[in-house]
Design a protein around this ligand. Structure first.
Ligand SMILES: [Zn+2]
Length: 294
């Protein structure tokens, strides 16, 4: 049904992704290993991130220096969750444009991934002790953007009362898209949360497209990356999806921790050696262990 609540989607979607055991150290360690490896050892291609692809090349004409309380409540929204089937439903992504089936019938692929990332960010953020929650509109299509239950209205209210409202997006594929980056909220001086997210993902000019509806209402828009190429393939491929989602969510949550003035959580390493792992042999016994394996 067209106007049915999307609330039921994310739970099953996350289960399908294997993301339910977010709290297990193994899953977290895996994800951070992926993020760490790709994040530090990748060639420094100008403006291209190994996970999220091209960053915004537009001039960031702002700096966020306003301190933010460490217990600031953070509200995470999935972009386009209330605008399906009307203008502004989000990008189809390059795969669907090329003929692939959508990730879920009736919604844009962007909304699908926005929901998956938003939910993973909230779960991981709560696990790390942040005051973080999500809001999901009751209907997928609300034509009046100022209706009280839209992302815009709920996000504006949250920001006006001192919280931080963060709406997750993926940028358009092809020449219409810019890349990853934060479009900062415009309702008050830019803060450390804005700065931290922009350092992690890149930044857009403060008046991007004349000031978008969300930022003018006090909502930060995070473009994770263009929904195309390696990023989209890594998300669509069930074998790489869980680690890709966790790497993105972990980068967002770490940026939030830094922006809040908290120490970023160091993912605990497993106490016992990884089964069969090359690094599991104690020093001096590597050769023995290796030959024993053959
Ligand atoms: Zn979007």
């Amino acid at each position: 049904m067209r106007c049915r609540s999307a609330a039921w989607l994310v739970g099953p979607a996350l289960l399908a992704l294997g993301l339910a055991p977010l709290a297990t150290p193994a899953r977290s360690a895996e994800a951070s290993a992926l993020g760490g490896q790709l994040g530090t050892s990748a060639p420094a291609l100008a403006g291209v991130d190994p996970i999220t692809g091209p960053r915004s090349h537009l001039n960031r004409d702002w700096i966020g220096v306003r301190p933010v309380e460490a217990d600031t409540p953070i509200l995470v929204l999935a972009g386009h969750a209330d605008s399906q089937g009307i203008a502004g439903s989000g990008t189809s992504g390059a795969a669907v444009a090329a003929g692939a089936p959508p990730m879920y019938p009736g919604i844009s692929d962007e909304l699908y991934w926005n929901m998956v990332i938003a939910e993973a960010v909230v779960a991981l953020g709560q696990q790390r002790g942040l005051r973080i929650s999500s809001y999901r509109p009751p209907f997928r299509t609300i034509s009046d953007g100022d209706h009280p239950s839209t992302n815009w209205s709920v996000g504006r209210q949250h920001a006006a009362s001192g919280g931080y409202a963060l709406e997750i997006h993926f940028d358009a594929w092809g020449p219409d898209g810019v890349g990853s980056g934060l479009i900062p909220p415009l309702h008050r001086p830019f803060g450390r949360l804005d700065e931290s997210l922009a350092e992690a993902f890149g930044g857009f000019p403060m008046a991007f497209r004349g000031g978008l509806g969300g930022p003018r209402r006090g909502i930060a828009l995070l473009e994770v990356g263009k929904l195309e190429g390696r990023l989209e393939r890594s998300l669509r491929n069930p074998a790489t999806r869980p680690d890709t989602v966790m790497a993105i969510a972990s980068r967002i949550v770490t940026a939030l921790e830094v922006g809040l003035g908290r120490s970023p959580t160091i993912t605990p390493q497993p106490l016992s050696p990884q089964p069969g792992g090359v690094g599991s042999a104690p020093p001096g016994k590597g050769l023995q262990a290796s030959s024993g394996d053959k």
